[in-house]
Design a binder for this molecule. Structure first.
Ligand code: NAP
Length: 368
């Protein structure tokens, strides 16, 4: 990989793509996709035995090597020492774990994560100028929810003035693998409730009552679904892709049952107490999930964009199983960054590499 302005005095980087959290669901899926694309990633994790098993699952001849690092800080030390071209972070709890790893990628190395919470994405966005002068590309939200909705928004807005309003709906269909829910996913779920409702109004992020915005609609394939407003990364992606002052994002990950929604504000307030949050995350992480197939054939990203003159445009992105799309999205971003195709700075996936990235990840745009 060519050196960039920010790293002229540093030794050359390897061309390697590292996958952090490589023993987890997302990490294994991203690594498998990279191997399928002919790239041998480096698997990084905190347990040598689990890492070896993850490497074996990729098949003989996959050419992967492993790096054991017990914490995000130890991982950052290895990244700084071994200088991979790209780091894909799937360890989760990004608002608390991402920064040391990101800083170890600078200057010149690139970073990709699958954050889906606003706080973590805004934290990464705040590093834009630093990453730009270091010649590094940081991409946050490289998974279904953010890319699958912001790509539709970017396509609807292309060549038009900044719209007045945007709503995005992330309608994932996910197959569940048997096993523990795990800390990363547990932390993501708890943080949605703890953050409470959010939307952009007049260009500012404002509080709403979590569970108050409920949308019922029929998908292009005829399936009826319910989606609930969420303080998710999709909100940030849609705002960034459109520049619209008013933005709402909904997700099927927030429970739609009225009785549960009624409890969300109280549960959220309790989960903001750090000790209680830790307890709930660790209990939830231990929940054993049975295997189940994806509930619907398709995953859909949906956007409705409204301009000041009343013009409204609607669009969809159709994909298959959501984790397959997510793994393909993260693996594709990593490979493109390794080829030097990213512009320096901190971005969401479609703002870094264009909305057709969603097509490269297996999606199909369907006009509304
Ligand atoms: N944006 C999207 O569309 C999207 C899609 C899928 C997932 N995600 C996000 O990606 C994250 C991962 O989810 P997942 O379901 O793959 O979780 P998971 O199966 O629990 O995997 C997490 C991995 O990270 C490792 N890990 C956890 N905490 C760590 C720490 N403090 N230091 C070092 N390694 C650590 C775990 O290692 P051990 O094996 O040692 O426990 C495991 O390998 C979650 O935040 C999830 O919300 C986002």
């Amino acid at each position: 990989m060519a050196q960039r302005s920010g790293e002229t005095d540093s030794p050359a980087r390897t061309g390697e793509i590292w996958v952090l959290g490589a023993t987890g669901r997302t990490g294994r899926a991203v690594a498998a996709r990279l191997v399928a694309d002919g790239v041998a990633p480096v698997l990084v994790g905190r347990d040598a035995g689990r890492l070896r098993r993850a490497a074996e699952q990729l098949g003989p001849g996959s050419g992967v090597r492993t790096v054991v690092a017990a914490t995000p800080e130890a991982t950052a030390d290895e990244v700084a020492r071994q200088r991979p071209a790209v780091v894909v972070n799937t360890i989760g709890d990004y608002a608390r774990t991402a920064l040391p790893v990101v800083r170890a990628c600078l200057p010149g190395g690139h970073y990709v994560d699958l954050a889906s919470d606003l706080g973590a994405m805004e934290q990464l966005a705040a590093l834009h100028d630093e990453a730009e002068s270091a010649g590094s590309t940081l991409v946050t939200g490289a998974g279904f929810g953010v890319l699958g909705t912001e790509a539709v928004v970017a396509r609807l807005c292309a060549g038009r003035p900044v719209p007045a309003r945007v709503r995005v709906d992330a309608l994932a269909s996910v197959a569940v693998e048997a096993g523990r829910l795990g800390e990363a996913l547990a932390a993501s779920m708890v943080d949605v409730a703890a953050t409470g409702g959010r939307r952009y109004a007049a260009g500012r992020l404002v509080r709403t009552r979590l569970g108050a915005d409920v949308y019922r609609f029929t998908l292009p394939d005829g399936v009826a679904v319910t989606s609930v407003g969420a303080p998710s990364g999709e909100l940030y992606g849609a705002r960034t892709a459109s520049g619209a002052p008013d933005v709402v994002a909904t997700s099927m990950l927030v429970p739609a049952a009225p009785a549960v929604r009624a409890l969300l504000p109280v549960a959220g307030a309790l989960l903001r107490v750090p000790a209680l949050r830790r307890l709930v995350v660790s209990r939830l992480a231990r929940v054993e999930l049975p295997a189940s197939p994806r509930p619907r054939e398709h995953t859909w990203g949906h956007a409705v964009v409204t301009w000041a003159d009343g013009t409204e445009r609607e669009g969809w992105l159709r994909a298959g199983e959501a984790m397959d799309f997510t793994a393909a999205a993260a693996a594709t971003v990593a490979q493109r960054l390794a080829r030097g195709e990213g512009k320096p700075g901190a971005w969401t996936p479609a703002t870094a590499l264009g909305p057709d990235l969603a097509v490269e990840a297996g999606g199909t745009f369907v006009d509304g």
